[in-house]
Design a protein around this ligand. Structure first.
Ligand code: G6Q
Length: 543
């Protein structure tokens, strides 16, 4: 059981509060007078650099934050997490995605059982399967090679594979394409079916439960479309499934040879390193998929064994708490300066907001302090031409993570330098701002009236994360870094990060509404807005 300590009742929290009052108006320009600041406030771990010097902190701030970690016994919680204890208490499950990328030679216990044989058995099957797909040894019902993979899944069974396959596009097998269908909107599957040749397509139904409404609707649509060309028996060739629900998969008609299992100790949004990554392995090949798992594992080890003051996920988490709970920042922007990472903010939205968007603590009591921030973002430089105005000059404090990649896969003229100079300039501008004294001399006399609008307050905090290059290993490291940041924050906020009861109510109500939309029955006990919207939908359908 995780400890249940209200962070705001700790001595460290009170010290942080008084410390905040003392330093809240200090400008980053002042902090930056210290020429050693970068030296003290950055960490290089393999090919990943984390620079946190552009934050509104002093060494003293960090000391108070480390005291908070010790007072709530964060090291003890990390130990419980890696020991595979049942820390997802509201679902009575362990949370052990780290086992999925742990080497076969090391035991990894989940609730007292060493799971490494199971994990590596499935990994071996994934290796054989993906190698057979890529080599052409495994073929479609027509005997043709597979050229298209369609992953059908949603939420945790979609966002990870989408993000990773996009991020690792340079590693895709030539002449193979991967597609994703997630939305129950029939237009989504329609668009994908339009693009593929059914005779050369492998459908992967990715669903932990194999009962998710959206996924089952799309899987059935794919099956019905397939049956126009092939027979029921042919499904065995062109469909595969990733699930914990063996029975459900079998009754869908998928052959046991194409079933890949995972376990209830893998949460949906933490499942990208499980068999849910099958579509990734098919498209980038098993060697690259292994390198991705190794990167995740390397960061797991860093998180587990590195002291607080050198531990990247812990520092990221503490900085987030500092802004969220003391500066009252209510959102956090993630801004990747790499086009291949364009789905990274969407992936993090689920990871972070579904985990830490909670308002009841581990004792079951309502919380009276802020928990998870709103996470959002967009690839740079596109974001610069859209919403950066608000980050620079709006009324809200928005801490940002800038993520840059040093070596581009596609060096074209000086474009990559143009990208990186924007990355660096933005973090500099957010930090330094532009004072009245700096603006004034630049403005012609007859334009002095616009002077107030050209001032940048600055003092806007950023983290800079640099990868030497974007490859399977560094991507794995980046991803695990955020996974563990979320763990640390949720633990300190005294919430349960690994359940998601908040997504249930809407699903339940949708079941009640569906019959009313489909026929003339009326849904029970509806409010007047919903009732009238249903009426209008029906009326416009008849028209
Ligand atoms: C993630 C959630 C959720 C889940 C989807 C899909 O942590 O649990 O996003 O991944 O609802 O669920 P299935 O994989 O069971 O279809």
């Amino acid at each position: 059981m995780l400890k249940k300590i209200n962070p705001t009742s700790t001595a460290a929290w009170s010290n942080l509060q008084s410390h905040f009052e003392r330093i809240k108006n200090v400008h980053l320009r002042e902090w930056m007078q210290d020429g050693e600041r970068f030296e003290r406030f950055h960490i290089i771990f393999e090919d990943l650099l984390f620079d946190y010097s552009k934050n509104r902190i002093s060494q003293q701030t960090l000391e108070h934050l480390f005291d908070l970690c010790r007072e709530v016994d964060l090291p003890g919680a990390i130990h419980q997490f890696f020991e595979g204890q049942l820390i997802n208490e509201t679902e009575n499950r362990a949370v052990s995605h780290m086992a999925l990328r742990s080497p076969a030679t090391k035991s990894f216990f989940v609730n007292g059982k060493n799971v490494q044989d199971d994990v590596h058995h499935v990994l071996n099957r994934i290796r054989q399967f993906t190698e057979a797909i890529q080599s052409g040894n495994k073929r479609s019902f027509t005997g043709e090679r597979f050229t298209d993979i369609v992953n059908i899944g949603i939420g945790g069974s979609d966002l990870g594979p989408v993000m990773v396959t996009e991020a690792l596009k340079p590693y895709h097998a030539p002449d193979m394409h991967v597609h994703f269908v997630s939305n129950v909107d029939p237009s989504h599957i329609h668009q994908v079916l339009q693009k593929i040749n059914i005779r050369r397509t492998l459908f992967i139904v990715a669903s932990k439960t194999f009962t998710t409404q959206e996924t089952m609707a799309n899987a059935n649509a794919a099956k019905n479309y397939f049956l126009k060309y092939g027979t029921e028996d042919d499904i065995a060739y062109n469909f595969a499934a990733v699930s914990t629900n063996e029975k459900g998969v079998q009754s869908f008609g998928i052959s046991p040879a194409h079933q890949f299992e995972f376990w209830d100790w893998v949460g949906g949004r933490y499942s990208v390193s499980s068999a849910i990554g099958l579509s990734i392995a098919c498209i980038i090949g098993f060697t690259n998929f292994s390198a991705f798992l190794d990167g995740l594992h390397a960061m797991d080890q860093h998180f587990r064994h590195t002291p607080l003051d050198k531990n990247i996920p812990i520092l990221m988490a503490l900085l987030g708490i500092w802004y969220n709970n003391f500066f009252e920042a209510d959102s956090h922007a993630v801004l990747p300066y790499d086009q291949y990472l364009h789905r990274f903010p969407a992936y993090l939205q689920q990871l972070d907001m579904e985990s830490n968007g909670k308002s009841v603590d581990r004792k079951g009591e309502a919380i009276n302090y802020q928990t998870g921030p709103i996470v959002w973002g967009e690839a740079g430089t596109n974001g610069q031409h859209a919403f950066y105005q608000l980050i620079h000059q709006g009324t809200k404090l928005i801490p940002c993570d800038f993520i840059g990649v040093v070596n581009s896969h596609n060096p074209i003229a000086n474009q990559h330098n143009l990208l990186l100079c924007n990355f660096l300039a933005q973090t500099q501008a957010l930090m330094m701002g532009k004072s009245i004294e700096e603006v004034e001399p630049e403005l012609p006399r007859d334009q002095q009236d616009i002077l107030p609008f050209k001032i940048f307050e600055g003092n806007r905090p950023t983290n800079s994360i640099l990868l030497k290059s974007l490859n399977p290993r560094t991507l794995g490291m980046l991803l695990a870094m955020y996974e563990h940041k979320v763990f640390v924050q949720g633990y300190i906020w005294n919430i349960y990060s690994f359940d998601q009861w908040g997504v249930e109510l809407g699903k339940q109500l949708a079941k009640n509404i569906l019959p009313a939309l489909q026929d003339n029955s009326t849904a029970s006990s509806l409010d007047s807005s919903t009732e009238n919207l249903i009426e209008q939908i029906k009326k416009w359908r008849k028209d």
